[in-house]
Design a protein. Structure first.
Length: 325
């Protein structure tokens, strides 16, 4: 593992923590005791709509009651980059373009509700889009002095720290500037630093509700790992949390239960904070990501393939509300 100390680089668009009294963007109520998150050990989700190319990165916007999601297209041009459009889903059935040519994969709404952060593989960066005027700024441009591979997914701490994964899946034919490494990074106060560059193809990333544990799924190793998060946002040693096939995107509920998508199985595996297996939620044949939303925060949205080809958005109502990403 290499580290970034004095070589950490400053970037524009640093994510500020929410102002005093600002909404946190989470339906979680501290001190609440929750029961079982699943109505049964094997839950089946329902298709909302199909006909998309490749959906990824859902995130719920509580202020508008809508879901943002990336629809990625097939690679184009000599660099083999996948174009993407950010879509907005308004329940029960309206889908419309929100940001054309967003270049996005994973998404997360900032705690103050003013921007959506995006893992943007088109420019190999992390970007922020204003929810008001949809203008784009850069949050992380590279580290240290090299372009990322293709940022994939991200999560935001309450103090504005951003953690994101950088596998090589959407790098296409562009030069490898990470020396064969795929990594997990942190952005805090405009500085990019390395969390870990020894995980093969890190993918989904999520924080526990209290912000003290960072979870990352390594698709290339069929493992979910976790790191202790210190008060300053730095991370401790890595330990194994669980093993599943091809871990992809993930989300967490207010009780700290993890919902991790297995791409090749089309399942969302649900774990307690201790790592106990609580059950599964099924979607299509292959699945990519999941996020909580809905008026009560208890609807789990899943991006997954549909019978006959293409991708769709699935949903199911569960027992415990979740964080929005």
């Amino acid at each position: 593992m290499w580290t970034v100390t004095a070589a950490a680089i400053a970037v524009a668009g640093a994510v500020a923590p929410p102002a005093s009294g600002a909404a946190t963007g989470s339906p979680c109520t501290p001190g609440t005791t929750y029961g079982s998150p699943l109505p049964g050990p094997a839950v089946t989700s329902q298709l909302v709509r199909g006909g998309f190319t490749f959906l990824e990165g859902p995130t719920w916007d509580r202020r508008t009651g809508t879901l943002l999601v990336s629809d990625m297209q097939n690679p184009t041009g000599p660099q083999g980059v996948q174009p993407a459009t950010m879509l907005r889903y308004t329940p029960p059935a309206t889908f419309e373009p929100f940001v054309a040519n967003s270049g996005s994969n994973g998404l997360a709404i900032t705690a103050d509700g003013t921007r959506v952060l995006a893992a943007t593989h088109d420019t190999r960066t992390v970007s922020a889009y204003s929810l008001a005027d949809r203008s784009r700024t850069t949050v992380a441009a590279g580290a240290p002095g090299h372009a990322f591979n293709s940022p994939n997914d991200l999560t935001i701490a309450q103090d504005g720290t951003v953690y994101f994964t950088d596998p090589s899946y959407q790098r296409g034919n562009r030069a490898d500037e990470q020396g064969g490494r795929t990594g997990v990074f942190r952005v805090h106060d405009g500085l990019v630093s390395l969390v870990d560059d020894t995980l093969p193809q890190p993918n989904g990333v999520v924080l526990s509700p209290d912000g003290r544990t960072l979870y990352v799924g390594a698709t290339g190793a069929d493992v979910i790992v976790k790191y202790t998060v210190h008060p300053d946002g730095t991370t401790g040693d890595r330990t194994t949390f669980a093993n599943i096939r091809t871990p992809d995107g993930a989300t967490v509920d207010c009780a700290g239960n993890l919902y991790w998508v297995s791409n090749s199985e089309g399942l969302v595996h649900v774990f307690s904070p201790s790592g106990a297996r609580l059950g599964t939620v099924s979607a299509g044949r292959t699945s990519t990501n999941a996020a909580f939303g809905g008026p009560d925060g208890q609807t789990l949205f899943i991006t997954s393939s549909v019978p006959g080809g293409g991708f769709g958005l699935y949903r199911t109502h569960l027992n415990v509300p979740g964080n929005p990403y």
